[in-house]
Design a protein around this ligand. Structure first.
Ligand code: UD1
Ligand code: UDP
Length: 382
C-alpha cells in the first residue's frame, strides 16, 4: 500500500527544492510513496513559478490555491484555510514542507491542528534575528514537526540546543520528534542540474558575457528592499565597483526589488543604475540559466539563502548582503563574507576576494543523496 504525502510549495526556492524529493520518489520509491503537490500560489509570475516545473521536470501541482501576494497575516491566513480543506479531504499520511516562507508556516499550522505529521526539510536553521519573518516561520515549523531534516551540522545542533532529543526513537510524534542531519537537497539539485544546464543554457552567450569575468548579484530580502538607506547603500556599492573597478554585474531582479527600485530609491540613483552599461538588470531567470550564471561568474553578491549556498557549491566567493546568515559554515570557511549594507565592508570584501584565488570549499552539504535519505526515513518512521 502506497504512502500518500502532500507537499506544500509556494515560493520560488521551494519549487526548486521540491524537485529533489519528487525525483527521488519517481526514480526509487514510486512503489512505496505517492506525492500530491499543492502550490499555494505565493509566487505566481511565469518566471517565478511556471518556468521551474517544465525544466526541472517536477510533476505539475495537482492543486494551485492561487493565494498570491498580501500582508503576512492575510496571506498566511488564506493559505491555512485552503490547505486545511485539502488535508481534511485527502487525509495524507504526512505533510512535507520546505524552508521558512509563509507557505511553510501555513502548511504547518493547518496540519498540526488536525494531527497530520509534519516533515520539515531544511530544519534547524537559525539567524537568531526574530525580526526576520523567516525566523518566526522556521521556529514555529520546527516545533510542530514530527520529522526534522537538517542540511547542516550547525542546524542539527541548533535543534538540540532548543531541546530536541537525539535519542528519540520511532514511532515519532510531534511530542517526540525525530531529528536528522542529512545533507542538503539543494546540493542534490545542483549536482543533478549542472550537467543539464551546461548542455542547454545559452544565457551566457545571449547576454554577451565573458566567462569568469562578471559578477552575479541578487537582492530581495525585505530588510534590504524596503528600507531606503539599505537599498541605497547596496546600489551605491554596485555602482562603485561597476564604475571604479570596471566590473560587469548581472542582476536577475526579483519582482519585489523591481517594484522597490522604482518606489524607494531616489530617482537620480535609479537613473544612474539603469544607465550604467556595466550593470545588467535582467528578469528573474530559470534555474538552469541561474546555474549557468553561477558557474561562470567570478564572484557572487547576494542576500539570498539559496544563492549563498550555490556560490559555495560552484566554488565562488560570496559577499553576503545581510547582517547574519543561517549558513554559518560558509563564513567559517572564509569563502563568504557578511557585509550587511555597509559600503566600506562591501568594498573591503570585494577587494579581498578579487585578489585571493586560494579559497577552500570543503564538502559540507552531504553526498548529493539527501532526498533518498529522506524518503527512506519517511518509510521507516511514519
Ligand atoms: C518570499 C519569502 C522569502 C524567500 C523569497 C524567495 C516569506 C515571508 N518570504 O519573499 O523567505 O526568500 O520568497 O524568493 O514567505 N511578487 C510578484 N510576483 C510574484 C511574487 C511576488 O510581483 O510572483 C512581488 C509582490 O509585489 C509581492 C512581493 O513580490 O508583494 C513579495 O512577495 P512575497 O512572496 O510576499 O515575499 P518575497 O519577498 O518573495
Ligand atoms: N534562482 C533562479 N532564478 C533567479 C534567481 C534565483 O532560479 O533569477 C534560484 C537560485 O538558484 C536558488 C533559488 O532560486 O536556487 C533561491 O531563491 P531566492 O533567492 O528567491 O530565495 P531564498 O533562497 O533566499 O529563500
Amino acid at each position: 500500500i502506497l504512502m500518500k504525502i502532500i507537499t506544500i510549495i509556494g515560493a520560488r526556492p521551494q519549487i526548486i527544492k521540491a524537485a529533489a524529493l519528487s525525483r527521488a520518489i519517481s526514480t526509487s520509491f514510486s512503489n512505496e510513496i505517492t506525492e500530491l503537490i499543492v502550490h499555494t500560489g505565493q509566487h505566481y509570475d511565469q518566471n517565478m513559478s511556471e518556468v521551474f516545473f517544465d525544466e526541472l521536470r517536477i510533476p505539475k501541482p495537482t492543486i494551485n490555491l492561487n493565494i498570491g501576494s498580501g500582508s503576512h497575516g492575510k496571506q498566511t491566513a488564506l493559505m491555512i484555510e485552503e490547505i486545511e480543506k485539502i488535508l481534511v479531504k485527502e487525509q495524507p499520511k504526512a505533510l512535507v514542507v520546505y524552508g521558512d516562507t509563509n507557505s511553510t508556516l501555513a502548511g504547518t499550522i493547518a496540519a498540526s491542528k488536525i494531527h497530520i505529521p509534519i516533515i520539515h526539510i531544511e530544519a534547524g536553521l537559525r539567524s537568531f534575528n526574530k525580526r526576520m519573518p523567516e525566523e518566526i516561520n522556521r521556529i514555529m515549523c520546527d516545533h510542530a514537526s514530527t520529522l526534522l531534516f537538517s542540511p547542516t551540522k550547525s542546524g542539527y545542533q541548533n535543534l538540540i540546543n532548543e531541546g530536541f532529543k537525539e535519542q528519540n526513537k520511532s514511532p515519532f510524534t510531534s511530542d517526540r520528534p525525530g531529528i536528522y542531519h542529512c545533507g542538503d537537497v539543494m546540493y542534490d539539485n545542483s549536482l543533478y542540474f549542472s550537467e543539464l544546464s551546461a548542455k542547454t543554457s545559452t544565457l551566457i552567450e545571449d547576454l554577451d558575457l565573458t566567462k569568469n569575468k562578471f559578477i552575479l548579484a541578487t537582492v530581495h530580502r525585505n530588510d534590504n528592499t524596503d528600507v531606503k538607506e539599505n537599498l541605497t547603500a547596496i546600489f551605491e556599492s554596485f555602482i562603485n565597483i561597476a564604475k571604479n573597478h570596471n566590473e560587469t554585474i548581472v542582476l536577475p531582479l526579483h519582482p519585489r526589488t523591481e517594484k522597490m527600485l522604482i518606489s524607494v530609491l531616489a530617482n537620480d540613483l535609479y537613473k544612474e543604475v539603469l544607465s550604467n552599461p556595466n550593470i545588467k538588470i535582467i528578469e528573474p531567470v530559470s534555474f538552469l540559466d541561474m546555474i549557468a550564471l553561477e558557474m561562470h561568474s567570478k564572484m557572487i553578491i547576494t542576500d539570498s539563502g539559496g544563492v549563498q549556498k550555490e556560490a559555495f557549491f560552484f566554488k565562488k566567493p560570496c559577499i553576503i548582503l545581510r547582517e547574519e546568515t543561517e549558513w554559518v559554515e560558509l563564513v567559517e570557511c572564509r569563502s563568504a563574507k557578511i557585509v550587511g549594507t555597509n559600503k566600506s565592508f562591501f568594498i573591503e570584501a570585494y577587494l579581498e576576494f578579487k585578489n585571493n584565488s586560494s579559497l577552500k570549499f570543503p564538502k559540507l552539504f552531504g553526498d548529493g543523496k539527501a532526498a533518498e535519505f529522506i524518503c527512506k526515513q519517511l518509510l521507516k518512521s511514519i
